[in-house]
Design a protein around this ligand. Structure first.
Ligand SMILES: [Zn+2]
Length: 228
């Protein structure tokens, strides 16, 4: 399984590159090289963005491209269905896309059948945008119980929570968000943020520059979980 995945990703990247014209590929930023990072050696960190995509997510992708770092987006299915081109761009530019349910439902409040229906609907929308199987689920609010875990297992998902929470939904202040992230981030941290907030979107350049300066290497969540 690991070998298959390692083989498939470079092929997909090569295909994506082959689809742009030679002139465009010469000036395009390279696909972030997270796939090659070994987090046993590198000081890795995973930046994650929840609840989008929204129109402003394009700006986030521009920032990630500018600094050549990969991230992981936990998208809400109905937002993904509304903006499939942004999902395609995420994948094309080396990012990972996971599920955050269809409508940001608190999964522990749903019956098993309703939960399955909700997650399958999100899954379909995400696959349509990314062309890839969904592997990761971040349950909204981190809301979790045996029933959620059982459904995740039946869907073939791995649950991803977080280790750093700057409370950016609460502190709509860019400086506070940057400070909270920098204060709490350690090696192999999974940083929770929300790209739906303009204040958070404005924080990404500073977060990325500061963490790079401290020697961190940005990776996707799957990369982090695979090699840390
Ligand atoms: Zn959320």
């Amino acid at each position: 399984m690991e070998n298959v995945r390692l083989f498939v990703i470079p092929m997909a990247a090569a295909l994506a590159l082959s689809l742009v014209t030679p002139a465009a590929s010469a000036i395009a930023a390279p696909v972030p090289s997270a796939k090659k990072v070994d987090c046993k050696k590198a000081k890795c960190v995973a930046l994650t963005m929840d609840d989008g995509p929204v129109a402003g997510t394009a700006q986030v992708l521009d920032t990630l491209k500018k600094y050549d770092v990969p991230a992981t987006f936990f998208v809400v299915g109905k937002n993904a269905a509304a903006r499939p081109k942004l999902l395609a761009r995420m994948v094309r530019e080396g990012h990972e896309v996971g599920s955050h349910s269809w409508d940001h439902a608190q999964l522990t409040k749903l019956s098993r059948a309703a939960m399955l229906k909700n997650l399958k609907r999100a899954d379909k929308a995400i696959r349509k945008g990314t062309g890839k199987r969904v592997k990761l689920l971040r349950p909204p609010y981190g809301s979790n119980d045996a029933n959620v875990k059982s459904v995740e297992k039946s869907m073939g998902y791995r649950q991803v929570l977080w280790t750093v929470d700057p409370l950016d939904w609460k502190y709509r202040n860019t400086k506070t968000v940057v400070r909270n992230v920098l204060k709490a981030t350690r090696r192999n941290s999974i940083i929770l943020t929300h790209d739906i907030h303009a204040t958070t979107r404005a924080a990404y350049p500073k977060i990325i520059k500061s963490l790079k300066k401290k020697g961190y290497t940005f990776v996707t969540v799957s990369q982090l979980l695979r090699t840390r």
